[in-house]
Design a protein around this ligand. Structure first.
Ligand code: UD1
Length: 418
């Protein structure tokens, strides 16, 4: 097991570069399965989820090679399988995007029910509803989702809930279907737009990505392309919060400031000073952070994937803060670990009430999922003394070289193998 060990109370100063977006990368790599030719994907984050996805594609018959950590060349021309089994997909939720892309390419797909972070029930009924509307037969058998559609046809699909996964998955299947597909009540997250941009560059005809109605005119062929992934909104937000909790002053480079607006607004309310340029944000922490209230929402609302990190920040602010989690039904399971570090948090259903100015002291804790792990790192940076975070591997699923980046900002953090 790997641990991160942090000696807290060292303010962060300096600059940090943000990697490409995990949630865009994990959709774009499965999308490359549909190309007739080589795709070169740049600005990939060097994280576990990417290497796992590449292993899955290789097992399907794709030729994948890395040119450095951040550039991947995928040649899908020899893919001859349409099944991805449990042993490959269990730890990576985004493997469900292979349903859409393999269905588009082969008219059939079999993918084990996805794994990923556990924060309550994570249904895929809206994905299935979309595929069925397009003429697919979909059923679940022996833990596999099996979809067959020799003649995938465009359809109008209204999503009952705004789902990033369902929006992207239906878009993937629709690009090679016959006719027009319309997705209503679609998700508008930056990674939905990035995936649509990638597909359009390959020759797809998608309009409206980034709004709640996406229209896709099916085409018969997609070409290989060279594409650069957008910066990671959640990694950037995590460092902004880390800077704020330590009383530091950091510049976060290689980002799209517009994507950070929901967080920037909250940090301003908490009294941080923020300046922005075209591709950076500087966060200057105040002497005393003020409390605030947050409700997680679909984009452009406050992202649920920054909720645990924000909870950590609220533990150190002055006054009482309230966070309401509107996306996932049980995404507060991690708070017991924050409490070990002194966090004063009470959870009632989807609402957490955080009494600020807690006396934060280091302790041994464990990461229970990716973003919960990031929240522990953040609180550990502010806590007095030593914090030991077990299960650091969870954090590696979404953060490239987190200890190196934080160390370069002045944090005292090391990784050890136990
Ligand atoms: C993606 C992100 C995840 C983030 C989430 C919400 C990836 C790989 N993961 O997950 O980090 O937390 O968006 O921003 O991009 N739902 C249904 N039926 C469905 C699908 C979803 O009821 O078929 C519900 C879910 O239970 C949840 C909500 O819709 O309450 C949002 O889920 P969704 O946007 O699909 O999340 P993911 O795509 O799995």
């Amino acid at each position: 097991m790997e641990q991160l060990i942090i000696e807290g109370e060292h303010p962060l100063y300096g600059e940090v570069n943000i990697n490409g977006a995990k949630n865009a990368a994990v959709a774009i790599i499965p999308a490359a399965v549909m190309a007739n030719g080589k795709c070169i994907i740049d600005n990939l984050p060097g994280i576990e989820d990417i290497s796992k996805l590449v292993d899955i594609l290789t097992k399907l018959g794709a030729k994948c090679s890395f040119d450095g950590i951040h550039r991947l060349i995928i040649d899908s021309s020899k893919i001859d399988k349409y099944k991805a089994y449990y042993d490959s997909v269990r730890e990576i939720r985004a493997s469900y995007y292979l349903l859409g892309s393999l269905l588009g390419r082969f008219g059939r797909a079999e993918v084990a029910l996805p794994g990923g972070c556990n924060f309550g029930d994570r249904p895929i009924d809206q994905h299935i509803k979309g595929f069925e509307a397009m003429g697919a037969e979909v059923y679940i058998e022996h833990g596999m989702v099996k979809a067959y559609a020799p003649n995938l046809k465009g359809a109008t699909i209204y999503l009952d809930v705004v789902s990033v996964g369902a929006t992207i998955n239906i878009m993937l299947a629709a690009v090679l279907a016959k006719g027009v597909t319309t997705i209503e009540n679609a998700a508008k997250e930056p990674h939905v737009v990035d995936t649509a941009n990638f597909l359009n560059m390959m020759g797809a005809k998608i309009k409206g990505a980034g709004t709640d109605v996406i229209r896709i005119v099916g085409v018969s062929n997609l070409e290989g392309v060279n594409y650069t992934i957008i910066p990671d909104q959640i990694e950037a937000g995590t460092y902004m919060i880390a800077g704020a909790i330590t009383g530091g002053d950091i510049k976060i480079n290689n980002i799209i400031p517009k994507h950070m607006e929901p967080l920037t607004a909250k940090l301003l309310e908490m009294n941080c000073k923020i300046t922005e340029g075209d591709d950076y944000i500087r966060v200057i922490a105040p002497k005393e952070l003020q409390s605030t209230n947050v409700k997680t929402m679909v984009y452009p609302g406050f992202p649920t994937d920054l909720q645990p990190q924000m909870t950590a920040l609220m533990c150190a602010s002055n006054g009482t803060s309230v966070i309401t989690e509107n996306v996932w039904e049980s995404r507060f399971q991690y708070v017991n670990e924050l409490k070990r570090l002194g966090g004063n948090i009470n959870v009632e259903g989807r609402v957490a009430v955080i009494e600020g100015k807690a006396k934060l002291t280091g302790a041994e804790v464990k990461a229970t999922d990716l973003r919960a792990g990031a929240a522990l790192v953040i609180l550990g940076l502010a806590a007095q003394g030593k914090t030991i975070i077990n299960n650091a591997k969870f954090i590696d699923r979404g953060y490239e070289k987190i200890e190196d980046k934080l160390s370069s900002l002045g944090a005292k953090i090391i990784r050890v193998k136990k």
